[in-house]
Each structure stands twice: as structure tokens, then as C-alpha cells.
Write a protein that binds this ligand. Structure first.
Ligand code: HEM
Length: 318
């Protein structure tokens, strides 16, 4: 396994874009302090916030924003069009991951409604049925080795998010293929841009289809939101679909796989769960900490100089 290396510049840690050894990288960053200068591909530098208190302060500081227009390197054309971490930067600030303040709140209102505790609780019977059905299918072929990601981990969250937003079931596999390319750090620059454009066209088509044939789904609800006086543009609906369909399956696929792998690798921990001494909710929380499905969060950019964790993050810096 490759390891992140300390860079020659005092205190700068070079991050591995392929995240070959997340644990080692995390330990180096954590030991370096709450806020550490890091080098990303193509010599791009940023700050990594790794201690809880500093992260909490950063995430609630209105001077640290997601809108990429505030990034000095980006404004000055120093970020290549096909930068390997491009998938972490929303190219158009029309979705939740690229907007801030009132604009973010406006986009979030409609999406958040669908994910209130009460709405999610209503999904429980359907998620339960889907899970039982998938487990029955696994059991039917239990004498053969199987690919957990294919046979279970992908299908469950994709079906939940797909049914919510009215994605045609026949297209789950196609979307998976697209998002694997989209999120992979080994996808080449041209293929990345092509994949992004293909996904945009896909959602454009889906919006047109829902306008022609409205359904009992959240995409139709987003398109009709104007009736309540808060219309989203088609671009915003597309941006919202990009975020929720991607975020709604990819993270959970990895969480399920990481949890099962950790339990199989630590049978004494698995026994505690099987004996009922540790709950599955704890398995989920501990997996999120021990082997998280996402390695880095969305960038924030300083709109003015900000003191954080004993460091000064200059205006324009990520
Ligand atoms: C284990 C599962 C998950 C993990 C680890 C995860 C992780 C994350 C992270 C790191 C962010 C970025 C936060 C930021 O920097 O502001 C995010 C945002 C988001 N995620 Fe997830 N996520 C998970 C599951 C889901 C699911 C199942 C959905 C949808 C059904 C979802 C929808 C979203 C949305 C809509 C945002 C944007 C929120 C906003 O800006 O208001 N995520 N998630």
C-alpha cells in the first residue's frame, strides 16, 4: 500500500488522490494538528481540517462557503478543466453542494422535506421488504461465493432512492456504471467530462419525461414546487437530482460493504452483534468512524481571512 508522504515544504502533507491507505493518511493529518496545509494533485494546495472542534467551527462559519467562485486558484484558471478531484466541485452552483446561505436554504427546503424523520420513518416498511427480498435472493445462491456489492449493497440504496425520485428500474445499472466512472479517481480527464455531460443529458431527459408524464415521485414534486410560490428552474432540479441520486446510493453502498468487511475481519466484534450485546445502530456509527464511505468532504472557500485551529486561512483559500 502506498502511504501519504510529508512534503518538503514545512508542515505540508501530500494527499494521495487514490486514497490507497486512508487510515495512515488520517493518522498523519490528525497528528499534524487541527488544521494542516495539504498538497493535492497538480500541486494545488488547500487546508485540511481534521479535529472535531475545528471542523465544527469551520462548518458553521458563514465566511467559509461552498461557492467555487470564491476559490482564488479557480478564478485565476490554475485548476485544470479535468482535475482529478473535479467530482468534488459542483461545476454549476445550482445544487446543494455548491450553494450557501439563502440560496442553499431555498434549494434545501424542498429536498429536506422528503428526508424529515417522519418521511424517512414512512419508508421503513418498503426498505424492510426490499432488504428481505435481497437477502432471500442471496440465500438462494448461498453455496457460491458472491459479490456483496453487486448482489446487495448497490441494489438496496439504489432501489430506495430510485423509487423515491421515480427513476426507471431498468436504468439502475446504467446509472451505477456512470457514477462509478464519475467518482473514480482513475477515470481519465476526457472520460470524466464525457460522463458528467452524459449524466446531465440523462437528467434532462428524465425531467422532460416527468413533465410529459407526471408521477407520484419526488422529481415530479420538485417540478411542481412552483405552485407553492418557490419554483426551481430545470437547471436546479437537474442539480438536485444529481446530488440526491448520487449521494443517496454511493455513500450507502460503501457503508454497507465497509461494515460487512470490518465485521468479517473482526469476528469477536461480529459475535458481540450476533449475541445482541451491540446493536446494529452502533455498527453503523462505528463503521462511519472506523472506515467511512467518503474520505474527504466538500471544499469550503474563505471569503475573508479566517482564524481556525491556530492557523490563518487567507481569503480565497480552500
Ligand atoms: C452513509 C451514508 C452517507 C454519508 C457518509 C454521507 C456523507 C455526506 C457528506 C460528507 C456530505 C457533504 C456535507 C458538506 O460538506 O456540506 C453530504 C451531503 C449530502 N448528502 Fe449525504 N451521505 C450519506 C447518505 C446520504 C443519503 C442516503 C442521501 C439521500 C437520500 C444523502 C443526501 C445528501 C444531500 C442532499 C447532501 C447535501 C446536503 C446539503 O448541502 O444541504 N446522503 N453527505
Amino acid at each position: 500500500m502506498s502511504c501519504p508522504v510529508q512534503h518538503g515544504n514545512a508542515g505540508t502533507v501530500t494527499l494521495d488522490p487514490y486514497v490507497a491507505n486512508l487510515r495512515a493518511e488520517r493518522e498523519i493529518l490528525h497528528a499534524a494538528g487541527p488544521v494542516t496545509r495539504v498538497e493535492l494533485p497538480d500541486g494545488v494546495t488547500a487546508w485540511a481540517v481534521t479535529h472535531h472542534e475545528a471542523a465544527r467551527a469551520a462548518l458553521t462559519d458563514p465566511r467559509l462557503v461552498k461557492d467555487v467562485a470564491h476559490w482564488d486558484d479557480y478564478q485565476q484558471g490554475r485548476i485544470p478543466e479535468a482535475w482529478p478531484l473535479m467530482s468534488t466541485i459542483p461545476p454549476t452552483p445550482t445544487n446543494l453542494l455548491g450553494t450557501d446561505g439563502a440560496e442553499h436554504k431555498r434549494l434545501r427546503l424542498l429536498t429536506a422535506k422528503a428526508f424529515s424523520a417522519r418521511s424517512v420513518e414512512r419508508l421503513r416498511p418498503r426498505v424492510h421488504d426490499l432488504t428481505v427480498q435481497l437477502l432471500d435472493d442471496l440465500e438462494a445462491g448461498a453455496d457460491q461465493p458472491l459479490d456483496l456489492k453487486d448482489a446487495f449493497a448497490f441494489k438496496l440504496p439504489m432501489s430506495v432512492i430510485g423509487e423515491l425520485y421515480g427513476v426507471d428500474e431498468a436504468e439502475y445499472g446504467y446509472l451505477r456504471e456512470m457514477y462509478v466512472k464519475f467518482f473514480s479517481a482513475v477515470t481519465g480527464p476526457e472520460e470524466f467530462l464525457e460522463t458528467y455531460a452524459t449524466l446531465e443529458r440523462y437528467y434532462e431527459g428524465m425531467i422532460a419525461a416527468k413533465r410529459a408524464n407526471p408521477g407520484d415521485d419526488l422529481t415530479t414534486e420538485l417540478l411542481n414546487a412552483g405552485e407553492n410560490g418557490d419554483a426551481l428552474t430545470d437547471l436546479e432540479v437537474r442539480g438536485t437530482l444529481q446530488v440526491v441520486v448520487a449521494a443517496g446510493h454511493e455513500t450507502t453502498v460503501n457503508l454497507l460493504c465497509n461494515a460487512v468487511r470490518a465485521l468479517l475481519a473482526h469476528p469477536e466484534q461480529f459475535d458481540l452483534v450476533k449475541e445482541g450485546r451491540v446493536g446494529w445502530d452502533t455498527v453503523v456509527e462505528e463503521t462511519l468512524r472506523f472506515d467511512p464511505p467518503t474520505s474527504n468532504m466538500i471544499f469550503r472557500f474563505a471569503t475573508e481571512d479566517v482564524e481556525l485551529g491556530g492557523r490563518t486561512i487567507r481569503k480565497g483559500r480552500p
